[in-house]
Design a binder for this molecule. Structure first.
Ligand code: HEM
Length: 157
């Protein structure tokens, strides 16, 4: 995961796109944002409903399992199209965004483990088992929102 992230950052300065291709890459970037972050928000929404006892654990796990490929596909597309857009790696704010993206990726691997552990508990999870999941879901939200806000800020200031 870290190697892929690093490769995208190292390759990015060597890519120069024509205005037309840049627009296409930006469209891809935003489409992947919709797919990836949309899937994350859906799973987190179901998780919140479970915490409020409005959904059974099984529903959350089914949603998480189903959304899993969309989240990774979105994140991969964001990294590839983001590299094509040529981030300005001399900017501190861009590094905040890149580190937020790395955090989202590594944290996503951990969330997968948490989901598998909850699935093994067969629908009845003690409260203590929720803590890693809530912490990882919070890190994920902070990471995605940070990357979205910094990307938006950089593109529109
Ligand atoms: C969670 C992952 C990411 C999210 C949520 C995200 C979000 C965004 C957003 C919202 C924009 C603004 C688009 C606009 O307003 O027109 C943007 C632009 C951009 N993103 Fe990302 N991005 C992510 C990952 C990446 C990565 C990994 C890279 C680089 C390797 C990258 C490089 C860029 C570049 C270069 C721009 C254009 C900025 C400009 O025009 O100055 N992004 N991103």
């Amino acid at each position: 995961m870290t190697l892929g992230w690093l490769a995208a950052i190292l390759v990015a300065p060597h890519l120069t796109l024509s205005p037309g291709w840049r627009m296409a890459a930006l469209f891809c970037h935003l489409s992947c944002l919709v797919v990836g972050f949309g899937a994350v928000l859906t799973v987190d929404w179901f998780s919140l409903r479970w915490l409020l006892r409005r959904e059974p654990l099984g529903t959350v796990l089914t949603a998480a399992h189903g959304a899993h490929p969309l989240i990774w596909l979105g994140l991969l597309g964001l990294v590839v199209s983001g590299a094509a857009l040529g981030p300005d790696t001399s900017s501190g704010l861009v590094w905040v965004k890149l580190l937020a993206v790395l955090a989202v990726g590594v944290n996503g691997l951990f969330l997968g483990r948490v989901r598998d552990r909850l699935a093994e508990m067969d629908g009845v999870a003690p409260r203590a088992a929720l803590l890693p999941g809530v912490a990882a879901a919070s890190i994920s939200q902070v990471g995605w929102w940070t990357a979205t806000l910094v990307g938006f800020w950089n593109a529109n200031r």
